[in-house]
Design a protein around this ligand. Structure first.
Ligand SMILES: Nc1nc2c(ncn2[C@@H]2O[C@H](COP(=O)(O)OP(=O)(O)OP(=O)(O)O)[C@@H](O)[C@H]2O)c(=O)[nH]1
Ligand SMILES: [Mg+2]
Length: 656
């Protein structure tokens, strides 16, 4: 269990921690000289046999709220210390508001300096506390009077903490490992040690991690050489614990890493400077600041300048997670734009302060750390946020899929909720989602929606055959139009996957760039059929380099002006394909041209189709290669960026 103190300056927090643990956490010379806590202090003690409790002692002075915030991000219980003579003071209130906004699960109030007041004042202070807590999530918190010089009241505090630690449920250890760094130092003989709270996941000795500091774009790759939990060597640490990691790695130089940095699993989602959040403004601060105001975001152990703008007038609906059990104040969805990126994940709690005025203004929790740059207030996007806000991951994913117009971006969902691949796969399976690979990552459809698309695909091909019996069948663009699918990456991926499934199941056939029902024979006039057979006999043996139209006409013994209209008719029906102005191909040869491009792209990690390599592989010469690649661009199989051709949809489109 991790406990942090809270409360006004000089009310006895450090004295209480010392009385409970025997450790004086005010170690800095300046702290000792001034008799005041400035930075976080750390101590731990076994309050009962085998029951280690970690303590974070925070400063009470109003100037050091920033340090206090770095200590309370991931605690199980807060010890609010209120001096009986003073009663609640400004930082009593501010710290309490912070604990509420951070949704700290438990609070124990210690009425300190009980030896300094008489019974009447003690009762009065108790009454003041009662009024302070009334109506909030800690209204039922236990209040225990303590006098640290005599030790009176301490056994009750200890007993309460032991009971709380025993009742503590282990936090779910889900997601990629994330640690909010709060200290970093060198230990003689061991090297770099970094400490902090594990916000999610699990870490074990030997793991490779990424250290992210503001100076590092990519992060440094490091190995966990050793780790400690509550001062004891351990093999692993997990969410809800604080740990010290001894790190090794060539990229770790002296002096790097410090409070506010992040240690992440290598596969963890990237950092983000854009957070879509559920925000709760504290009452009594006037109007919320406008979108230009620069506030300070405190998340994990990081403090980052941030601007805030409301996302429309939207508030999460009934289905939304209501974890913001705070005093009344305005609440709603908002977008935070950060001056520096953070490793935030869904559900992370944060605080917003006005640093100049030294006031806590608001708090909330992260709904989506990867919101779109544009359209952040549009109805579709707000529906996505409402889906993401659901606490249960399966329900959230179901709502996320239902909110998507065509197919849901499963990669976005997994990154936003900090899901590992195995966790995401279980959810996909539980919801029986159809998962489709696309250029933009995995897409998901409900099983019934997927079945519907497959059915409509076959209906569209049947309708095409009925309307155009002399044609091979529709190409992808015609099918997208027939099915009312747009040209988006998702639409293309869904169509390709539906065709691939139908082809695999024997319900469709591919002929070149077109689709048809198996056994479909275009109905042709006898003369056309005969001429087509003759063309086939000439084109087929020529492989990837069929004769140009002039040579074809001579071989057929036809004048060119007679051949050309025939070729045009066959082209419209998909029976022949005009790849270059003077060159026609059989549909099956076009499929070979596309296959060659895919094979080359597969050999390149980046999916590029290099023209010289294409020429060498196919042996069709430089000029025809240029024409073929231009044709593949037009056909939507490759994309030209002015320099190179790329396989569209990456290698994933190889499913057809
Ligand atoms: N008589 C009496 N004095 C106390 C008690 N608790 C703390 N003190 C005294 O109050 C003063 C402040 O105590 P600290 O524990 O440093 O207070 P703090 O809350 O840690 O202060 P900051 O960290 O600066 O916010 C010290 O002189 C303590 O000896 C108590 O229960 N009884
Ligand atoms: Mg102190």
């Amino acid at each position: 269990m991790i406990v942090a103190t809270a409360g006004h300056v000089d009310h006895g927090k450090t004295s209480l921690v010392r009385a409970l643990t025997g450790v004086d956490t005010d170690r800095l010379p300046e702290e000792q000289a001034r008799g005041m806590t400035i930075d976080l202090g750390f101590a731990h003690a076994a309050l009962a046999p085998g029951l280690a409790v970690g303590f974070i002692d925070v400063p009470g002075h109003e100037r050091f709220v920033r340090n206090m915030l770095a200590g309370v991000a991931a605690i199980d219980l807060a010890l609010l210390v209120v001096a009986a003579d003073d009663g609640p003071m400004p930082q009593t209130r501010e710290h309490l508001a912070i604990l509420q906004l951070l949704a700290v699960p438990r609070l124990l109030v210690v009425l300190s300096k009980a030896d300094r007041v008489d019974a009447a004042r003690l009762a009065q202070a108790g009454e003041e506390l009662h009024m302070l807590l009334a109506g909030g999530p800690f209204a039922a918190a236990t209040v225990l009077p303590v006098a640290t010089p005599t030790g009176s009241g301490l056994p009750a505090v200890r007993q309460h903490l032991v009971a709380a630690a025993q009742a503590l449920q282990a936090r779910p250890v889900a997601g990629h490992f994330r640690l909010a760094v709060d200290r970093s130092f060198l230990v003689a003989g061991a090297g770099r040690v970094v400490t902090g709270a594990v916000l999610s996941g699990r870490v074990a000795v030997g793991d490779m991690l990424r250290l992210q500091t503001p100076q590092m774009q990519q992060g440094a790759s490091l190995r966990v050489r050793g780790l400690q939990v509550q001062g004891l060597q351990a093999d692993a640490a997990q969410a809800g614990q604080r740990c010290a990691l001894n790190l090794a790695g060539a990229e770790l130089k002296r002096g790097e890493a410090g409070r506010g940095d992040w240690l992440l699993a290598e596969a963890a989602p990237p950092l983000t400077d854009r957070l879509d959040v559920q925000l709760q403004w504290l009452p009594g601060n006037g109007q919320p600041p406008g979108p230009r105001a620069m506030l300070q975001l405190h998340l994990g152990a990081a403090a980052v300048p941030a601007r805030v703008s409301a996302l429309g007038d939207a508030a999460l609906g009934d289905a939304a997670l209501d974890r913001s059990a705070t005093a009344p104040g305005r609440a709603g969805l908002a977008r935070l734009r950060l001056a520096r990126p953070v490793a935030a994940a869904w559900g992370d709690r944060f605080i917003l302060r006005d640093a100049a005025a030294n006031r806590t203004l608001a708090g909330g929790w992260v709904v989506d750390p990867f919101g779109p740059e544009r359209g952040s207030s549009q109805p579709l996007r707000l529906a996505q946020l409402a889906a993401l806000a659901r606490p249960d991951p399966a329900q959230a994913l179901a709502a996320w899929v239902d909110a998507a117009p065509l197919a849901a971006d499963l990669g976005h969902f997994a990154a936003a909720r900090n899901l590992r691949d195995d966790e995401a796969a279980v959810l996909h399976k539980d919801l029986a989602l159809q998962v489709i690979a696309s250029a933009a990552g995995p897409l998901g459809l409900r099983a019934d929606a997927w079945a519907g698309w497959q059915q409509r695909l076959l209906q569209a091909v049947d309708a095409w055959h009925a309307a155009q019996p002399d044609s091979v069948g529709p190409d992808d663009a015609a099918l997208r139009q027939a099915l009312g699918l747009g040209g988006t990456v998702a639409a293309q991926a869904v169509l390709r996957a539906a065709i691939a499934t139908a082809v695999a199941g024997g319900a469709l056939q591919r002929l070149g760039l077109r689709c048809c029902r198996p056994g479909h024979q275009p109905v042709l006039a006898a003369a056309d059929a005969a001429l087509l057979a003759q063309c086939g006999a000439l084109l087929q043996p020529a492989g990837l380099r069929p004769p140009i139209v002039g040579d074809l006409a001579s071989a057929l013994g036809l004048p060119l002006p007679e051949l050309l209209p025939f070729l045009g008719r066959m082209g419209a029906r998909g029976l022949l394909v005009q790849v270059a102005p003077n060159r026609w191909f059989l549909p099956e040869t076009v499929a070979d041209l596309a296959a060659a491009a895919r094979a080359l792209a597969a050999a390149h990690a980046d999916g590029a189709v290099d023209a010289a390599a294409y020429r060498d592989r196919t042996g069709i010469g430089r000029n025809l290669t240029v024409q073929v690649l231009e044709f593949l661009d037009r056909a939507g199989i490759t994309r030209f960026d002015g320099k190179r051709h790329w396989l569209r949809g990456g290698l994933l489109s190889a499913c057809d």
